[in-house]
Ligand binder design. Structure first.
Ligand SMILES: Nc1ncnc2c1ncn2[C@@H]1O[C@H](COP(=O)(O)OP(=O)(O)OP(=O)(O)O)[C@@H](O)[C@H]1O
Ligand SMILES: [Mg+2]
Length: 262
């Protein structure tokens, strides 16, 4: 099955979501349905008109795409109009990651520099396919249910700096506020996880945050220039367990987009 070089990549994400539904069925049924699914996916790819395949994201209706903002921490490089992402492996990985994030799982993106990890997190954010923000106090106040979806970006270092800033004597916010703020958004991206905190406590706070989001079924994408083994050591067994349970680890092994111009 070639899902890597042809076909509309949003369509593939849709197909991967269907596959997730299949995965949840009993084993016998899943095998049959999976066979059907593969055939349908191949048929869908074969039937996709060339023009549709070629249509860049930037030419599709913008209203189906969420804007991501510098105000939520996103670097400018990823917030503007970008060309359609390309590269078969990258697109196939996107198709696998998207449904995991949509249902509140953890995405671990690691591997080579320049292979499109941050870009993938940005594209997931721009697709708007992630849960709504946490409703603040609805149960207490009976207020309206939160309808917004916010994708927040932080580097591990900026998280640690925010935490450290609360230690100043006159700081108006506490470390609890920093954590609570990052539990709320529908999607949180933590980039550059290879940067560790100065203390074990700071590192534990980050793990606690990821854990709390998982418990609340709010997805987190974690990005690091680390090997799988180093990731395991950095994240600890509880997060690794959760990735196994309902998440995806993607190793970005392909060529850097910075050099290759693919
Ligand atoms: N699939 C893609 N198609 C086209 N351009 C891409 C794709 N993925 C990434 N790029 C571009 O390549 C550059 C590098 O990508 P990105 O910053 O996501 O890499 P990275 O894996 O996060 O690297 P680093 O580990 O150094 O942070 C960016 O300008 C990005 O827009
Ligand atoms: Mg990056």
């Amino acid at each position: 099955m070639s899902i890597t070089t042809t076909g509309d990549w949003e369509g593939l994400a849709r197909a991967a979501r269907e596959q997730e539904t299949v995965r949840r069925q009993p084993a016998g049924a899943a095998a049959t349905v999976l066979g059907d699914f593969t055939e349908r996916l191949e048929a869908m790819i074969a039937a996709t008109p060339e023009e549709e395949v070629a249509a860049p994201i930037s030419e599709r209706p913008r209203r189906s795409w969420y804007a991501i903002h510098a105000a939520h921490g996103w670097p400018d490089r990823y917030t503007g109009d970008l060309d359609d992402p390309h590269g078969g492996e990258w697109r196939a990985a996107y198709a696998v990651l998207s449904p995991v994030i949509e249902r509140g799982g953890i995405g671990l993106l690691h591997g080579k520099r320049g292979a499109g990890k941050t870009r993938m997190a940005a594209e997931i954010a721009r697709s708007g396919r992630f849960p709504r923000d946490r409703t603040a106090g609805v149960k207490l106040t009976g207020g309206p249910i939160e309808k917004t979806r916010t994708a927040v970006y932080r580097t591990a270092m900026s998280f640690f700096l925010d935490v450290r800033a609360t230690y100043k004597k006159d700081s108006p916010v506490s470390e609890r506020d920093v954590i609570e703020d990052l539990k709320r958004p529908g999607l949180l991206v933590i980039d550059e996880l290879q940067e560790r905190g100065e203390t074990a406590f700071e590192n534990r706070l980050l793990t606690h945050l990821i854990d709390a989001r998982y418990g609340a079924m709010r997805p987190t994408i974690i990005i690091a220039n680390l090997t799988a083994k180093e990731l395991g050591e950095t994240l600890g067994p509880s997060i690794v367990d959760r990735v196994f349970e309902d998440g995806k680890r993607i190793d970005f092994t392909w060529e850097s987009y910075r050099r290759a111009g693919r």
